[in-house]
Design a protein around this ligand. Sequence first.
Ligand code: NCD
Length: 407
Amino acid sequence: MDYTDTSARLQHLREFEPRLNRPVMMKVQEFQRNNRLKHVIFSAQFDRELLDRLTGLATMIRQLARNRRGSRLLRETLCDKSAMLHFTQASTRTFLSFVRACQHLGMDYAEIRNPAVSSAYKGESDLDSIMMFSTYFDTVILRDAMPKLAECFAYKMNDMDKPVPIVNGGSGADEHPTQALLDYYTIQEVFKFRDREGDPEADDRNLGRRLSDLRTRWPNLRAGLDGKTYLFCGDVGRSRTIRSLAELLAQHEDVSMYFVGPEHPRLSVTADLQSDLVEAGVTVYERPALADCIEQADLVYMTRVQHEHDDEEVAAFLSQLDRQRFILDRRQLHKMREYAAILHPFPRNDEISPDVDSDPRAMYFAQAENGMWVRAALIAHLLDAESEIMLRHQDFFKKERRSWNEQ
Ligand code: NCD
C-alpha cells in the first residue's frame, strides 16, 4: 500500500465511520477516564479546570527541570514508561518538544518519521501498526497528514481494552490540541502582566505593578484571559492551530476575536468554527487586513499559508494575492498596544519579518519552549504521575528553602 494514498488507507478505517461522524461533544466521554483524560484528540476535551491543572503542573515541571537536583528527581518519575512518536508528517517543534518532554520525565522513546522504512511500506494497515506500537509502548503520540487517524487509533485502543493513551500531535487540517495547550499556557503567562525586568522565575513577586502602570492608559485592562480581544491572521481557514486554540479561548467570558485572512471560502474562517464561537458567546469579526484591527488586539496570533493543502484553484488564487495585508512588520508593530503579545505556532515564512524578533512583545520563541513543559505535564497526566510530581515539587522546594534559610 502506498502510504500517501489516503483513500487506500481510509478503507481500513471504515469501521469507525459512524463514530467519526458524530459531533465532538458526543465523543469526549469515550476519551475520558474518571477525572482524567484517556486520549487527547480534540482541544474541546480541555475545560478550564483541566487547563489550569495542566498549566500549573507544567510550571512545576519547569521549575524542577531547571535545577540539577530537581531534574534528577523529575527523571525518576516515569523512568519505567515509554513513548512511541509516530510523526509521518513534517514537524520540528512538536516532535522535538515531545522528545524533550519524555527526556525530562525520564521516559524512553522511539520514533518513526519515515513510513517508507517501516512495515507500512509492505502494506501493513494503520490499525495493525497501532496494535504493534501499543504492545511495546505506554503511550503513542502521532502526527499524520490524514485527518482523524488519531481518533481512529483511540477507538481501536478502547475496543481492544488497551490502556495506551493516544495523543494527537496534529491531524490533517482539523485539530492540533497540544499546540492549543501550549498557546494557552503562553497566553496565561502573558496576561499575568509580570514586570518584564523581573526575574521570570520569581513568579508572583512582580505581579501587580506592571498592570497598574498599564491601567493608566487602558483603564479596563485586567489580568487573565477574560475580556480580551484576540486577533488571528493568515491562513485562518486551514490552520489547525487556530481552530484548536480559538475553541479554548471561547471558554472565557467577554471575548472578541478578529479573523484576518484572504477572501476565499477555503482560506477565511470556516462557518463551523464561527458558529461554535458565536454559540460560546464570542464576538467574531472578519477583517481584510492586519492594519484594520491590530490596534484593538490584546494578542496577535500569526500563521503561515498552509501550502501543503493547496489544490490548483487555491494555488492560483494565492499566486495573485497581495500578501502584504497579512504581514507583521515594524510598521504594524508601531500600531500595536504596548502590552499586546505576538504568538506564532511556527514555522514562519514571511508573515513576521525577522526584525520583529527583538521586540519584547514577540513571544514565539518562549511559546515554543512552553510546548516542552506543557507536553511533559500532559504526558504525566495521562500516565498517572500528576500527584507524584506535585509531591516531589513540594518536597523539593521545601528542602531548598530550608537549606537557604540555614545558610
Ligand atoms: C503548526 C502545525 O503543524 O500545524 N506547527 C506546529 O505544530 N508548531 C503550524 C504550521 O505548520 O503552520
